[in-house]
Write a protein that binds this ligand. Structure first.
Ligand SMILES: [Zn+2]
Length: 535
């Protein structure tokens, strides 16, 4: 049989954590068909990989690619990093399910993250219908979807902060079962974001019971990653304990200087939970700054009812007084970014209504108000003016903590990014373009937190197995041909906070399902990605 593509003379890292071997690899019909010796005449096309590491395509365990994939099907920012599979629908926020009665609330819930684009016509309702909408446009990367608890709750009861009634609970469970049947890999939660923040532990526990028969994943952005990090983690572990389901702690970190060092304790908690029998892992990005929407600056009560009501409160003196009081209260239980990081460490990254503030700190933005005025008043005015449609980058993570998480055997690597392309504009967090090359360059090859083969395992087989993928994440005969080639001497990230839309270097070839999507460092524009469905 003539093979489609032969990759010769490379150093093969199979993804298991084993050291490299010098071998050739042959691909036919989208699969790896031979690993060994291949001569130059056996394939339609031969690629010389001398000096290059040949490894399984990278798997991004946590991102928000589902929001932008219809606008950026070639997934430039992910593909150029060597990411061939993305786990999307994270932090409680997915593009489906939608309900006719609450669709406007759901649209506004995800609006800050969805780039304007004709293909986004909101005609889908179920996860399965959204998957088909994405497949119809095409995608360069493989996508594995989670369904968001927040999105499900909006479909069942809008933005109400009340406890779910028995009927609403039954509705939410049915929506989760339907999403799992459509092929979603599990449930995500974002418990700092309404309506996740309105959801009590008992409601979460009950809903997560629907994951148990399938053994599907529960991935969570914890209720608090600062003052109450350990308590929030205990809540997540309880779901694993109760239902015997895998628990994935998303973008694990300790936010805010007073909380730095806490990850040593939480990593130990993970080890103890595993010893107890709970299947828990975490993921992390290799940056000391987080990123999210500006509405997260406000206390939960301010977000009840959805964005229109929030905008109303931003204009009411009594609500403003209460917001300021809650932001200033010491030791609050909600994720208080201003208390954790300070206005000077929060940078506006994307703001379509006032693009001139992109790259400025909140301190700089509200500092333009009258001297002696309360900076929070300036902040509330600003948020009202931009209609809460902005994203921010928050510098609040200790690098030593981050390294401890990256180095831990229970962590894999994730970008937590939205899919992007240089044409998108704004100043998004550079993790969207840099996570994987930065991890390999700065923390594996130079920083030596682990061996190269272990670093590659964390971005290939570990997340693939976490998802239960049977034929991705390793270089094995019979496996799907998702392959990334990189030059260990040259690989590095170039995206920065001031200049984020920059592709990395040293990743000359990326192959998805046997098709070349990056050729000699350039995007080919091909869309061979598949919608993956839980087995
Ligand atoms: Zn999150």
């Amino acid at each position: 049989m003539k093979m489609d593509l032969a990759i010769r003379n490379g150093f093969l890292f199979d993804g298991t954590g084993n050291p490299a071997v010098k071998a050739d690899m042959g691909i036919a019909d989208g699969r790896i068909v031979r690993i060994g010796r291949i001569d130059g005449t056996e394939a339609g096309r031969t690629l010389d990989a001398s000096g290059l590491a040949v490894c399984p395509g990278f798997v991004d365990m946590h991102n928000h690619g589902d929001n932008g994939i219809l606008a950026f099907p070639s997934a430039d920012s992910h593909i150029m990093q060597g990411v061939t599979t993305s786990v999307t629908g994270n932090c409680g926020e997915s593009m489906a399910p939608l309900d006719d009665g609450t669709i406007e609330l759901a649209r506004r819930y995800v609006a800050p993250f969805v780039p304007p684009c004709e293909a986004v016509d909101w005609s889908w309702r179920t996860s399965g219908e959204y998957m088909r909408a994405v497949a119809a446009v095409g995608t360069a990367q493989n996508l594995a979807f989670l369904v968001g608890q927040g999105t499900i709750r909006i479909a069942a009861k809008g933005f109400a902060s009340s406890r779910a009634s028995a009927a609403e609970m039954a509705h939410m469970k049915a929506l989760l079962r339907e999403a799992l049947a459509d092929g979603c890999f599990g449930l995500s939660s974002g418990l700092i974001y309404p309506p996740g923040s309105f959801t009590g532990t008992e409601e979460l526990l009950e809903l997560a019971g629907e994951l148990a028969p399938a053994g599907a994943l529960y991935a969570t952005h914890l209720r608090n990653e600062g003052n109450y990090l350990a308590e929030s983690m205990e809540e997540a572990l309880e779901l694993g304990r109760r239902w015997n389901i895998p628990v994935q702690l998303s973008h694990h970190k300790a936010l805010g200087r007073p909380n730095w060092g806490k990850v040593r304790h939480t990593l130990r908690m993970m080890e103890e939970a595993r010893a107890e029998g709970i299947d828990v892992c975490c993921d992390a990005y290799p940056y000391t700054a987080a990123s999210t929407t500006v509405t997260s600056l406000l206390p939960p009560f301010a977000l009840e009812g959805g964005v229109e009501e929030t905008l109303q409160r931003l204009r009411e003196p009594e609500a403003r007084r209460r917001m300021a009081e809650e932001i200033r209260r010491k030791g609050c239980q909600w994720e208080n970014w201003i208390a954790d990081a300070g206005l000077e460490n929060i940078v506006l990254s994307e703001c379509s209504l006032r693009p001139e503030v992109e790259g400025k700190t909140l301190r700089e933005i509200v500092g333009t108000h009258a001297a002696g005025a309360d900076p929070l008043d300036g902040l509330f005015d600003f948020l009202a003016e931009v209609r809460c449609l902005a994203k921010m980058v928050i510098f609040a993570i200790d690098e030593e903590d981050m390294k401890a998480v990256l180095a831990h055997p229970l962590s894999c690597i994730a970008s937590d990014a939205w899919v992007s392309a240089p044409s998108a504009g704004g100043r998004p967090h550079p993790r969207g373009y840099g996570t994987f090359p930065r991890f390999l360059r700065r923390y594996v090859l130079d920083g030596k937190l682990m061996t190269l083969q272990e670093g590659i395992r964390k971005i290939t087989s570990m997340p693939a197995f976490r998802l239960g993928l049977q034929d991705r994440g390793l270089l094995r005969e019979g496996f799907r041909a998702d392959v990334t080639l990189f030059d260990p001497y040259r690989i590095c990230d170039h995206a920065t906070f001031t200049d984020p839309h920059r592709f990395p270097e040293g990743i000359p070839w990326v192959i998805v399902n046997g098709a070349v999507v990056v050729e000699e460092g350039r995007l080919t524009g091909r869309l061979p990605g598949m919608i993956l469905r839980r087995a």
